[in-house]
Design a protein around this ligand. Structure first.
Ligand code: SAH
Ligand code: SF4
Length: 378
């Protein structure tokens, strides 16, 4: 390798890929496990400090490889214990990661893309447009940094016990890099998390849900947000490509592959848009007798949006109606809104490469408003 060739970043390589990389230089397969443990469990980035590797191995690794972490731009701590980090993602852009502590667990909400192209009507990330996919090192780097930055739990375990892909971006639109990160999360040589403690949240890219079910059966959360295609087409535009019936079919197949593991359906409650009791009835009809639970998310506003959060009373009645109809339904507690870290508020710093959004956003919200008025007067 010439001295000018770029070094391979080992941070994002799952076990199989790392084994291959090392084997190509004559290293034994078990070396991959050692390197993974150094990088992910002990937080070591310098090969010189990986003391159970031979001197010769450390020397060639130093020349040809590196452990390059995403650069941290800032950390904010909320009064409720939530922590938000901003990571540089090149060209002046940034993505966000959020840690949400609870008594029994610590959940890390990570980003998978710089922005998002899917343009859901009520989402701050979507409103910024899309720039690029994060690579697997940039995804897993968020996890490594948070674990190293936070004090351990009282039982000596890392503060992060659960991972949710609910930060910026649509994880299934960055399938290859996300699956590499998933493999690192569940491998005993790196983070060793149970598949139940790792959740992919998707707006519903059906072919990728099918693939994921075969490749890495982590927990699945689906952003439904509307109980019929007409409304979902407006709120979650990917629905025009993958309508509710196809999405639910893929969900039940996913659950069926893994002894009917429950799928969580996320439902952002938007005042006067999707929060009536008749919406609750339609939703119950779709999900009843299936391995499904509903997680209602109070809408979190962001600058420039016209949507409003449903009142606590409305959400309470909506949830009660779902329960009456036999569904398991919970409401997500909003955390970290004093540091703009709540669901859907993550904006990072994105320069849109797909379309110039500032012009088209008000038009689309105007369209929603007109529809709402039509519905209200119907
Ligand atoms: N792209 C994926 C994951 C990231 S969004 C997805 O859409 O599922 C994570 C969750 O936050 C999704 O359920 C999303 O619909 C929700 N969300 C987006 N904007 C929101 C907002 N302004 N208020 C509350 N939740 C929001
Ligand atoms: Fe993208 Fe998810 Fe936001 Fe939709 S809700 S725009 S899929 S990040």
């Amino acid at each position: 390798m010439s001295s000018t060739a770029p070094k391979t970043n080992l941070l994002g390589l799952p076990h199989g890929d790392l084994e291959q990389f090392l084997a190509a230089r004559g290293e034994k397969p078990f070396r991959a496990r050692q390197v993974l443990q150094w990088i992910h469990q002990r937080g070591v980035s310098e090969f010189a400090d990986m003391t159970d590797l031979s001197k010769a191995s450390r020397a060639w690794l130093d020349k040809e490889a590196e452990v390059a972490l995403p650069r941290v731009l800032s950390r904010h701590d909320s009064t409720d214990g939530t922590v938000k980090w901003l990571f540089a993602s090149g060209s002046g852009q940034a993505v966000e990661t959020v840690f949400i502590p609870e008594p029994a667990r610590g959940t890390l909400c990570i980003s998978s893309q710089v922005g998002c192209a899917l343009d859901c009507a009520f989402c701050a990330t979507g409103a910024q447009g899309f720039n690029r996919n994060l690579d697997s090192a940039e995804i897993i780097g968020q996890v490594r940094h948070a674990i190293m930055d936070l004090p351990r739990r009282d039982n000596g375990e890392p503060a992060v016990t659960n991972i949710v892909f609910m930060g910026m971006g649509e994880p299934l639109a960055n399938y290859r890099n996300v699956v590499a990160a998933l493999k690192l999360l569940v491998s005993d040589w790196s983070y060793g998390l149970s598949r139940r403690r790792v959740t992919i949240s998707t707006s519903g890219i059906v072919p990728q849900i099918e693939k994921l079910g075969d490749e890495c059966n982590v927990s699945l959360a689906v952003s439904l947000h509307a109980p019929n295609d007409e409304l979902r087409n407006e709120l979650v535009p990917i629905n025009k490509l993958h309508p509710i019936s196809a999405l639910l079919e893929a969900c039940w197949a996913y659950a069926g592959k893994h002894s009917n593991r429950f799928i969580t359906f996320e439902y952002v409650t938007l005042r006067g848009v999707n929060d009536s009791l008749s919406h609750a009835d339609q939703l119950a009809k779709l999900l009843i007798d299936k391995p499904a639970k509903v997680n209602l998310i109070p809408f979190n506003p962001f600058p420039g949006t016209d949507f409003k959060r449903s009142s606590a009373d409305t959400i309470h009645h909506f949830q009660a109606r779902l329960r009456q109809r036999g569904l398991v339904a919970t409401t997500r507690r909003t955390r970290g809104d004093d540091i703009d870290a709540a669901c859907g508020q993550l904006a990072g710093k994105v320069s849109d490469r797909v379309r110039k959004r500032l012009g088209d956003k008000p038009v689309r919200q105007e369209r929603m408003r007109n529809k709402k008025t039509r519905r209200a007067s119907a």
